[in-house]
Design a protein around this ligand. Structure first.
Ligand SMILES: [Zn+2]
Length: 236
């Protein structure tokens, strides 16, 4: 899927680099080893400005493929969803119980999460490039149809109404419904025109550029922006 999205959309993925993004600490970036495929202990970062973007940003998108994938277990997926504010603590408890009761379903949900991440990257990368991909949209629509079947309008605590979910937390894969719904919300919103991909090497993270002058270049200035500055310093 990774190859598909880059070929299909023509989006230029940050070029191959010799640096280790999470461990760039100084000017000796060229001596750093390549990143690992999985990063079970790496913290989740919520810098994209939307949970669906932060979901894609749970791995680094390099030309070598995905690296530093933080989705290393179903429990990590729950941890991410809680951190992103997509599920409440009561859902977390139910999801953990469901995963313990149905370990194979939990493993399948983790695999599905990686597939959803691929699809979302394909659609978002196409949106960044303003070249929508029919194949990626078809796949997103399939996911959205499944998620929307569980969508409900429910009362909120302030006496109004809000979107809710029937059965969120009952089955391990239900954790993906709000992710897909938020992605569709974002793509159909004015913020879709502000979607950007980080200019940092070996990154590929996505964000909504809500800066006043629309000149944000990095997923996070303290990570990719600093790495780029260090790289320039090395070249001088
Ligand atoms: Zn970045």
């Amino acid at each position: 899927m990774y190859t598909t999205f880059s070929v299909e959309t023509g989006v230029s993925i940050p070029s191959i680099t010799y640096t280790c993004k999470r461990h760039v600490t100084g000017v000796m970036v060229q001596a750093m080893p390549a990143q690992e495929r999985f990063a079970p202990d790496a913290p989740f970062r919520f810098v994209g400005g939307d949970p669906s973007l932060d979901f894609v940003n749970t791995a680094d998108w390099t030309r070598r493929g995905l690296e530093s994938d933080r989705f290393t277990s179903y429990d990590r997926l729950i941890e991410w969803a809680r951190g992103a504010g997509l599920v409440r603590q009561s859902h977390v408890r139910r999801l953990r119980r469901a995963a313990a009761r149905h370990p194979r379903q939990a493993a399948a949900a983790l695999a599905a999460a990686r597939d959803v991440r691929d699809v979302l990257m394909a659609v978002f990368a196409a949106a960044v490039a303003r070249r929508h991909s029919a194949l990626a949209l078809d796949r997103l629509n399939t996911l959205f149809t499944d998620a929307a079947a569980h969508m409900r309008v429910v009362r909120d605590p302030r006496g109004g109404l809000q979107r809710g979910w029937a059965g969120l937390g009952d089955a391990p894969e239900s954790i993906l419904w709000p992710v897909v719904a938020r992605a569709v919300d974002l793509l159909a919103s004015p913020d879709a025109r502000k979607l950007r991909m980080c200019a940092g090497r070996d990154c590929g993270w996505l964000y909504v550029d809500r800066s006043r002058n629309r000149l944000r270049r990095w997923c996070d200035m303290s990570v990719c922006g600093t790495a780029e500055k260090n790289r320039r310093r090395v070249r001088r």
